[in-house]
Design a protein around this ligand. Structure first.
Ligand SMILES: [Zn+2]
Length: 248
């Protein structure tokens, strides 16, 4: 299928990604934004409704329920009702959570166990005729008097394809994406993010916490813990003194 214009190609590339990793708030235009969208999916920060729809359809096909192609809307409504009756939402929840876990595994391995990530990529490639199956299309963007090229990625129709490409980018550390990959140290968050430059532009980039709020929260928790420890130490010391006093 020949896209009408290159601008169109960028728009056309979106639905494939959406149905696999959900609608990210980051538009996918290059390798870094692709990884950002994978991180958003792992973080459960994408709108996963398109992924749920895609799973619902695929699970329906598994049990022999096929969508009525080119049928009037009334037939579609009947089909959708049938699917919703037969495919429990809990089954879709599980499928999406499972997909998110696979994205998390790729990112975690990139940070902790590169050998495991290389093995995973070989396994993914073996299942896909050794190809990564992604197409990068240059898209000419005209804005006022400026012309620039953005890269549209197409062909991300399966999770394996997207995760293979993400794994390859992380292994080769293209554009320092692996070096910049971080995970929030606040236990209740653990989100993946790219190292952020400090607001002033000077000093080290922020790598431990995904946002200022979580840095503050983690410090508060840490201070409270330290206060508890020192309070406990004072209590123990007072008890010791009491015991010694009685012993006299
Ligand atoms: Zn966080």
């Amino acid at each position: 299928m020949e896209p009408a214009t290159q601008q169109q190609a960028l728009i056309d590339s979106d639905p494939a990604f959406k149905s696999v990793i959900g609608q990210s708030k980051h538009r996918i235009t290059d390798d870094r934004t692709l990884l950002q969208a994978v991180m958003d999916f792992a973080n459960d920060e994408t709108d996963s409704e398109p992924v749920r729809d895609s799973w619902r359809q695929s699970l329906a096909m598994d049990i022999g329920l096929f969508p009525p192609i080119e049928q009037p809307p009334s037939a579609w409504r009947k089909y959708e009702r049938e699917v919703r009756n037969q495919i429990p939402e809990s089954k879709i929840d599980k499928a999406v959570t499972n997909d998110q876990q696979r994205a998390k595994n790729v990112l975690t391995e990139a940070m902790q166990d590169l050998a495991a990530l290389k093995t995973r990529l070989q396994r993914y490639a073996a299942n896909n005729d050794g190809r990564l199956g992604m197409v990068r299309t240059p898209v000419l963007i005209q804005q006022d008097n400026d012309l620039r090229i953005e890269w549209a990625l197409e062909g991300g129709a399966s999770l394996i394809t997207i995760l293979s490409y993400a794994a390859a980018l992380l292994i080769t550390d293209e554009d320092h994406v692996r070096r910049d990959l971080c995970r929030c140290s606040l236990d209740t968050c653990s989100k993946f993010f790219f190292a952020k430059k400090s607001k002033s532009g000077v000093g080290k980039p922020r790598t431990r916490y995904c946002c200022d709020e979580h840095m503050k929260k983690a410090h508060e928790i840490d201070n409270a813990r330290r206060q508890r420890v020192s309070k406990e130490k004072r209590r123990q010391a007072a008890l010791q003194r009491q015991r010694r006093g009685r012993g006299k």
